[in-house]
Design a protein around this ligand. Structure first.
Ligand code: NI
Ligand code: MN
Length: 238
């Protein structure tokens, strides 16, 4: 088990996660804050967010992207079509990338990996093409490699993510209905070779019925631990 060395991961409800790297780089993934029923309302985001990572265009992942990017002076990283749309909303500091690519920022290398889902942007009464959905592998110096799956079903090419990046700690959706549920989430953790799973995308809405207890049940005897913090609670070790 790799030492965390100051790495901190805070789940903010749904798929929103705040990460501080050992060197202090601030990363926010999938900002769904104001309208997120599970967002810890008293949580204080850092004044400066270095990287704002967006997995796909659905509103439960990017609802607050424009406001957070502006207020916290964040560089926004996402698939090309999505960051282009943000550009049209006045966000200039964007990094548009695509599946299979990596982007280095200070002590962090962010790699964009496949996710099986749909992606579109609801812009007023228009539904816009947002490119493919994605997941992210986040490798920060001195920290275990992290993986945020975004919204996805189970797919066997998760084994390639293991082979290429060796993630240890995975943020994996388990809510069911719009993504995989706990049984598939457990198999995903195995395919990815994770040591620790932090379940996300559950309990936010009535349809998202999967629970960490079910995930744990399906992982019994597999040597993979489940860490399910409350929204706003920070993990500093596996
Ligand atoms: Ni989605
Ligand atoms: Mn979603």
């Amino acid at each position: 088990m790799t030492q965390w060395n100051g790495l901190a991961i805070t789940w903010l409800g749904h798929a929103a996660v705040h990460i501080t790297t050992p060197q202090g780089t601030q990363i926010l993934i999938d900002p769904f804050l104001e309208q997120n029923p599970k967002y810890p309302k008293d949580y204080k985001l850092p004044e400066k967010i270095d990287l704002l990572l967006l997995t796909h265009g659905h509103s439960d992942h990017i609802a607050d992207a424009v406001s957070v990017a502006k207020k916290h002076h964040a560089q926004v990283v996402g698939i090309y079509e999505l960051t282009s749309w943000l550009g049209s909303k006045g966000i200039e500091n964007t990094v548009g990338m695509n599946l299979g690519g990596s982007y280095k920022y200070k002590d962090v290398v962010v790699s964009m990996v496949e996710a099986r889902h749909s992606s579109s942007i609801q812009d007023g009464d228009k539904t816009l093409y947002a490119g493919d959905p994605a997941g992210f592998v986040i490798a920060a110096e001195g920290a275990p490699v992290l993986y945020h799956a975004g919204d996805t079903s189970l797919f066997s090419d998760m084994k390639l993510i293991k082979e290429l990046y060796h993630p240890e700690v995975g943020m994996v959706p388990i809510g069911d209905h719009f993504t995989m549920g706990p049984k598939a989430g457990a198999l995903a953790a195995e395919f990815l070779g994770l040591k620790t799973v932090l379940p996300i995308h559950y309990g936010t809405f009535p349809q998202l019925t999967g629970t960490p207890a079910e995930l744990e049940e399906h992982l019994k005897g597999k040597g993979i631990s489940v860490r399910a913090p409350k929204p706003g609670e920070t993990l500093r070790e596996s």
